[in-house]
Write a protein that binds this ligand. Structure first.
Ligand code: HEC
Ligand code: HEC
Length: 224
């Protein structure tokens, strides 16, 4: 088999290239984020009290899955639809932006500055701090419902996993709007029939209580 050594060598040459191609390119992710930043902010922190949700720190799997479901109109998002089209956002860009955003950590407390930190350093660091204000509601009652019905997927710490999004550290208004959409069957949650599922028989006060509870989970430092 005279060809064999050559084929082996070619195969060995191809290996690193294949590995690199599968790795997300964070520089490209940063470049793509220029488009997203117009609405979601430079650090993916969202804005306008949750009209634009926080996307930093969500799992890469959830971001990828969500961008593809916007593109396929499985989840309707009119403002974002044009940005998710294949020409604007090919699959490699989706992979890269998802990896880039998921790696951004937004602290829940202002950092401790050194005396010689200049104004720009302080401003840049403060822009990343993400604190969701407490909202009205019965935290204990909300916690009981959350423990009973939500932790299996969203986790005890409200941080989700894989395609289950984090709820802790997300804007309260945004979460309420999403829960209403789930209940109306406008956005699929995790059920066979639209509008059925874990949220169906809850009262508006229950939803408010869950949100009040979630604002107590955001502080990673407190949980440790
Ligand atoms: C024109 C404004 C706009 C731009 C630009 C934009 N988005 Fe959005 N995005 C929105 C709005 C509005 C929502 C919330 C939709 C809703 O209420 O369901 C959203 C929702 C999302 C969500 C869902 C978050 C969640 O927790 O459910 C993700 C992920 C997301 N955007 C990622 C991106 C990425 C990545 C980019 C850049 C490629 C981007 N967006 C660009 C407006 C925008
Ligand atoms: C069986 C798993 C499962 C359970 C149980 C569950 N969820 Fe979810 N949840 C999901 C998944 C998956 C998504 C993402 C759905 C999608 O975008 O298609 C989600 C999304 C959400 C969102 C939207 C967040 C965002 O950033 O867009 C909210 C709010 C939410 N769930 C609240 C709850 C609450 C409150 C409970 C308990 C009463 C609950 N969920 C129980 C799986 C679950």
């Amino acid at each position: 088999m005279p060809l064999r050594p050559l084929r082996l060598a070619l195969f060995a040459l191809c290996l690193p290239t294949l590995a690199v191609a599968a790795e997300p390119d964070l520089d490209n992710g940063r470049a793509v984020n220029g488009t997203c930043a117009a609405c979601h902010g430079e650090n993916g922190q969202g804005g306008k009290q949750g009209e634009y949700p926080r996307i930093a720190g969500q799992s890469a799997k959830f971001i990828e899955f969500t961008l593809k479901s916007f593109r396929a109109r499985e989840r309707i998002n009119l403002p974002m639809f044009p940005y998710t089209q294949e020409r604007e956002l090919p699959d490699e860009d989706i992979r890269d932006i998802a990896a880039y955003l998921s790696a951004i950590e937004l602290p829940t407390k202002p950092p401790k500055f050194k005396d010689d930190d200049d104004a720009l350093t302080r401003l840049t660091a403060m822009q990343k701090v993400m604190i969701i204000p407490r909202v009205e509601g019965d935290i204990a009652a909300g916690g009981a419902i959350y423990q009973d019905r939500c932790t299996t997927c969203h986790g005890n710490d409200g941080r989700g996993k894989r395609i289950v999004p984090m709820l802790a550290g997300q804007y309260t208004n945004y979460l309420m709007r999403q829960m209403e959409q789930f209940r109306e069957g406008v956005r699929p949650h995790d059920e066979e029939q639209p509008g059925e599922g874990v949220l169906k028989d809850l009262k508006p006060a229950d939803l408010q209580n869950i949100l009040a509870y979630l604002t107590t989970l955001q502080n990673l430092e407190d949980k440790q």
